[in-house]
Design a protein around this ligand. Structure first.
Ligand code: CO8
Length: 264
């Protein structure tokens, strides 16, 4: 991989987008590498949580940029057909981040602009360093957010705030992103990775299969009517009741001992 680094430790995969000369902007090669590596990770039983972050810039500053958007130099001469294909090239790995059985956490270590904000929004959870900056600057470039931003931002922060951010291209800081519900947590930049890893470890300590089924229930039910969504939840609840972990988890509670949850 030219633009991604993968490190796996303690069932946590840290996936770092690394294009130091372009503040980790997403080009076609990076999107293809992302798709390949997420497909590989999804098949691994030794990875329960994926933390996505950005590598240092060319001056080796680790807190400059998460992802400064889609690669403008690549997009500048796109035809309509090429632009659509580029959008779909991102859509596939972004949906993997959203729907893969592993939990995905964006550790936002600086600029999360345009496609950078959009890839963070495709993750299950976002933790921001206090210096992080979020924006959807696309309309200022004469385009619209095309990696899911018009849809995921409205779902996360509500339609009014999403419209304001997309129409004005305003930058917002990490605390404002937290206030409007765009990020789950804001921490000192030096504590970003340890906070993300601590949250990952807490999630891994729960029933991993149950967590992945809960993720599917939340994702699948979100756009359904409440009646069908709750019925779908009941079906998935039934499936979790057929597992080793359910027997072990409930028995351990009744026997006043720690549970040994192993399903994934
Ligand atoms: N694409 C390509 N190169 C970039 C990008 C980018 N998005 N962002 C930064 N770079 C490059 C710069 O060109 C520069 O390269 P070089 O050193 O060779 O000149 C290098 O990274 C460093 O950047 P700066 O010198 O500009 O660094 P500053 O600290 O002065 O500024 C900023 C940092 C504010 C982040 C500035 O770089 C900036 O504004 N970047 C662009 C941000 C932006 O507009 N992002 C949105 C892009 S559009 C998008 O993401 C659309 C997504 C959906 C596409 C759907 C297609 C179908």
């Amino acid at each position: 991989m030219n633009n991604l680094r993968l490190e796996v430790e303690n069932e946590i995969a840290v996936l770092t987008i690394s294009r130091p000369g372009a503040l980790n902007a997403l080009n076609s090669e990076t999107l293809d590498e992302l798709n390949t590596v997420l497909t590989e990770i999804e098949a691994r039983d030794d990875v329960k949580v994926v933390i996505l972050t950005g590598g240092p810039d060319k001056k080796d500053n680790p807190y400059k940029s998460f992802v400064a958007g889609a690669d403008i130099a690549e997009m500048v001469n796109f035809s309509a057909a090429e632009a659509r294909a580029f959008g779909m090239r991102a859509s596939v790995p972004f949906f993997k981040l959203m729907n893969m059985r592993q939990v995905t956490i964006a550790a936002v270590n600086g600029f999360a602009l345009g496609g950078g904000c959009e890839i963070a929004m495709a993750c299950d959870i976002r933790i921001a360093a206090e210096n992080a900056t979020f924006a959807q600057p696309e309309t200022g470039l004469g385009i619209i957010p095309g990696f899911g931003g018009t849809q995921r931002l409205a779902r996360l922060v509500g339609m009014g705030r999403a419209k304001e951010l997309i129409f004005t291209c305003d930058n917002i800081d990490a605390n404002e992103a937290y206030r409007i519900g765009l990020v789950n947590k804001v921490v000192a930049k030096e504590e970003l990775m340890e906070t993300a890893k601590a949250m990952a470890a807490k999630i891994i300590s729960k029933g991993s299969y149950a967590v992945s089924v809960a993720k599917a229930a939340i994702n699948n039910g979100y756009d359904m009517d409440i009646q069908n969504a709750v019925e779908m939840e009941a079906n998935l609840f039934g499936i979790t009741c057929s597992t080793h972990d359910k027997q072990e988890g409930m028995s351990a509670f009744l026997e006043r001992r720690a549970a040994n949850l192993t399903d994934f």
